[in-house]
Design a protein around this ligand. Structure first.
Ligand code: SAH
Ligand code: F3S
Length: 491
């Protein structure tokens, strides 16, 4: 069981399994390339970064004559952009691969490929031992797809899982896939250097690198000109964004004084983007407590178009466990950061990721998690029980010693508490009026629309003549833990 609060929204990079179009549990992408002669079927799993990467892959393949289809059975090429973050994510993909292999009976020329984190982690095994795929491409090798496809045409299997220290795809114009035309992602960093002991990402996505800020601003301007109203700046740890002319982060100390003085940190980047597209909403994910500096908070407070919402994973409320996780901060430091957020950005919504049942976690540690949640009263949360990932420090050095039923019970207590806090936060919003960016038609009723507040709460209200992309003032009448229900205010 993996779980999260019952809300139809959220911007955690790895928030899985709910109905938000930005979170992916097998999202099928569609785009139009009228000139395409070959058919591509592409599905994304896991994080927002994977969705964003699928847009890069679609761009590379559009140039090779591919157009997307929603019908896998008729595809020339089936690609799964995969996630390795927890074991369950990998199992889902294996089941899907077996399913797609079934189509080969009627469509023997179909090729099947695995992209993303599982490509990196499982590599040749899928290809050779399990014979489930023809093509394996890691997250830094998408530019190589045309060559790899040629190898397939020659009857060979193809694989490229080389990780790069430089690749940011910054010159590739993503093909926006199937989104709502309102909200889009811009990747600002790739990889992660943090080495949290439970996490497979540093192994599957490689070293952290930041993208040239000018290309980020250009992409934002381009999205604005296409009518988009909101962008989310994406990275595993956006706070560690650093650009000083393309140098590696680890060499920054050795850089010249001039390079240091003109370096672009995350706060500078946010300000650049906020000023370039003043009528767009700007979101960002994910923030990391150990790297979040006060200049970031001050920049959020300063610019009206930067949303007052921070996804700030904590993983545990126990300082002992946080140290075992190598999170780089303790409980008290996290509280101090929360206090600074509340002071510098009053009314800012905060969400978390939490892991129940990390190795050696005692009932005392678990109670500290619950008490940390009571202190913060998070608006939203993404909650998981610990899943041991091969080759991580935790897998090598710590026994996965918490029984599954205990993990599940603790997770359940965390979820119950989060539901209570989400409801409290929403109840405090009833009676107030908020600006809502309309994203689409409500899932339950055709005559209603849904959108989000600046603080990322989902609001449902009567359609009137509004369209996705409109900013609408809505007075909140009532709520659940997941949704605000309101009435449009006409001025
Ligand atoms: N920095 C990333 C975090 C990536 S992983 C980000 O931008 O979101 C997303 C979340 O999955 C983590 O915050 C953690 O709560 C959860 N997670 C990661 N590895 C896990 C594991 N081995 N078991 C259970 N949950 C895990
Ligand atoms: Fe994973 Fe920690 Fe990086 S959770 S993605 S190693 S910040």
């Amino acid at each position: 069981m993996e779980a999260k609060t019952k809300r139809a929204s959220g911007r955690g990079l790895y928030a899985e399994g709910d109905k938000n179009p930005h979170e992916h549990d097998g999202t099928v992408h569609e785009t139009n390339n009228p000139n395409g002669t070959k058919k591509l079927y592409i599905e994304s799993y896991g994080c927002q970064m994977n969705f964003s990467d699928s847009e890069i892959v679609a761009s590379v393949l559009a140039k090779e004559g591919y157009t997307t289809t929603q019908d896998a059975a008729e595809a020339d090429l089936v690609l799964l952009n995969t996630c390795s973050i927890r074991d369950k994510a990998e199992q889902t993909v294996r089941n899907r691969l077996a399913h797609f292999n079934g189509h080969k009976k009627t469509n023997p020329d179909m090729k099947i490929g695995v992209l993303g984190c599982m490509a990196e982690r499982v590599k040749g095994k899928l290809l050779e031992e399990e014979k489930l795929v023809d093509l394996v491409v890691g997250p830094d090798a998408y530019r190589d797809l045309p060559n790899l496809l040629e190898e397939l045409d020659g009857g060979r299997k193809a694989v490229n899982v080389i990780l790069s220290k430089e690749e940011t795809y910054d010159d590739i114009e993503p093909v926006r896939l199937g989104g709502n035309g309102v909200s889009a992602f811009i990747s600002i960093t790739r990889g992660c250097d943090n080495m949290c002991t439970f996490c497979v990402v540093p192994f599957t996505r490689g070293r952290e690198r930041s993208r040239n800020p000018q290309t980020i601003v250009d992409e934002a301007l381009d999205l604005a000109s296409q009518g988009y109203k909101e962008i989310t700046l994406l990275g595993q740890n956006v706070d560690s964004y650093l650009w000083y002319g393309g140098g590696l982060k680890k060499d920054f100390d050795k850089a010249s004084d001039l390079a240091k003085a003109s370096a672009v940190h995350f706060a500078d980047l946010m300000a650049m983007v906020a000023e370039a597209v003043p009528h767009m909403r700007i979101r960002f994910s994910t923030s990391n407590p150990q790297d979040m500096r006060d200049d970031v908070l001050e920049t959020i407070a300063k610019y009206k178009n930067i949303c007052n919402y921070i996804h700030l994973p904590v993983q545990s409320g126990s300082s002992r466990i946080l140290e075992l996780m190598n999170r780089g901060h303790n409980r008290e430091e996290y509280f101090a950061l929360i206090d600074r957020i509340r002071r510098i950005i009053p009314g800012c919504a905060i969400s978390h990721d939490m892991i129940a049942g990390f190795p050696t976690e005692t009932e005392e540690d678990h109670k500290e998690t619950l008490s940390l949640m009571e202190y913060v009263q998070y608006d939203f949360g993404y909650m998981f029980f610990y899943s041991e990932r091969p080759n991580t420090y935790a897998a090598r050095k710590l026994e996965d010693d918490i029984p599954l039923e205990v993990k599940k019970r603790r997770l359940n207590e965390i979820i119950q508490l989060q539901n209570k806090h989400s409801l409290l936060r929403h109840e405090a919003m009833v009676g107030n009026t908020y600006e809502v960016l309309v994203e689409g038609t409500s899932k339950k009723r055709e005559d209603q629309l849904f959108g989000r507040t600046d603080t990322n709460s989902v609001v449902v209200f009567d359609r009137h003549d509004f369209q996705p992309g409109d900013f609408v003032k809505v007075n909140i009448d009532r709520c659940t833990a997941a949704t605000l229900i309101g009435t449009v205010v006409f001025e």
